[in-house]
Design a protein around this ligand. Structure first.
Ligand code: CP
Length: 303
């Protein structure tokens, strides 16, 4: 694994600006951690990690906690709703407070985009992005790439269709930036109200019929909590035009895998039975998140 030394190098703010070699190094280290028979290998003994979630999470939060504990780190969890943020304390003051107590690295999820980059310049501990607005979700993309590599051996030459609420998706962005570094072809499919026009120069928008011909069909959650105006007229209509229904899934090529970052709106963007079918990698993605985040936290904290 590449030895990253400076705080900046040990942080992981996004995948757009890190090299393919660096990503490869993390994925290879994740494979190492996945292969270990022992659940706890305390290489981060005496280190303190804090998980700071200013926006709700299930998978990412617990996956980071699991990863940190499997590496033997002491883990602190911060939830905005139960903190002095409720009294008006800023994100900066919150992170500086935890930093001053001696934590060695922070995992952070933020509602706004663009704040994390500035924050990282103001603190002296490595920060790991657990999702910032609709900007990036680098560890989700890393576990997505890891899952694709496990299925296909390599990423080069794969066609990956990302279908759904592209506009509000940090996962779509991190997947796009990282997959293109490896020579995978990314294409989007979304209703006009959920397209991100600024991404069209990097990946084409294709029809649903075309999107379903890919090696990887990545469905995205309709992110109702980020819709300021009604972007879909009804769940049923969305499912009819953009949902991975049982019927559409039955027509996928034999080797095609189905992915979704979750949480899933069952029977909206993906049918219940499709979530559970043998070509669905959704729960494998969650499992793969733990070794991937072990690699990321080791990189952040071991130095
Ligand atoms: N995939 C993902 O980020 O899920 P959570 O919001 O539950 O962390």
């Amino acid at each position: 694994m590449t030895t990253a030394t400076s705080v900046k190098e040990r942080s992981l703010l996004g995948l757009k600006d890190i090299s393919r070699d660096e990503i490869d190094s993390i994925l290879n280290r994740a494979a190492y951690w996945e292969a270990q028979p022992d659940k706890v290998i305390p290489v981060l003994n005496q280190k303190f990690a804090v998980n700071m979630f200013f926006e709700n999470s299930t998978r990412t939060r617990f996956s980071f906690e699991m990863a940190e504990k499997r590496l033997g780190a002491e883990v602190m969890n911060f939830t905005a709703a139960a903190s002095s943020v409720e009294k008006g304390e800023s994100i900066y003051d919150t992170v500086r407070t935890l930093e001053s107590m001696g934590v060695d690295a922070g995992v952070i999820r933020l509602k706004p985009s663009g704040v994390l980059q500035e924050l990282a310049k103001q603190v002296s501990i490595p920060l790991v992005n657990a999702g910032d607005g609709n900007n990036e979700h680098p560890t989700q993309a890393l576990l997505d790439l890891y899952t694709m590599k496990k299925n296909f051996g390599e990423l080069k030459g794969l066609t990956v269709s990302i279908i759904g609420d592209i506009k509000h998706s940090r996962v779509a962005r991190s997947d796009l930036w990282s997959l293109q570094k490896f020579g995978a072809k990314v294409q989007f499919c979304a209703p006009p109200s959920m397209q991100a026009s600024e991404l069209a120069q990097y990946a084409p928008y294709v029809s649903m019929e075309q999107a379903l011909k890919a090696d990887v069909v990545m469905m995205l959650r309709v992110q109702l909590e980020r819709h300021h105006e009604g972007l879909i007229s009804s769940n049923a209509e969305y499912r009819e035009h953009y949902g991975l229904t049982e019927e559409r899934a039955s027509k996928l090529s034999g080797h095609t895998i189905i992915m979704h970052p979750a949480p899933v709106n069952r029977n909206v963007e993906i049918d219940d039975v499709v979530v559970e079918c043998s070509r669905s990698m959704i729960f494998n993605q969650m499992a793969n998140g733990v070794p991937v985040r072990m690699a990321v936290m080791e990189r952040a904290m071991k130095g």
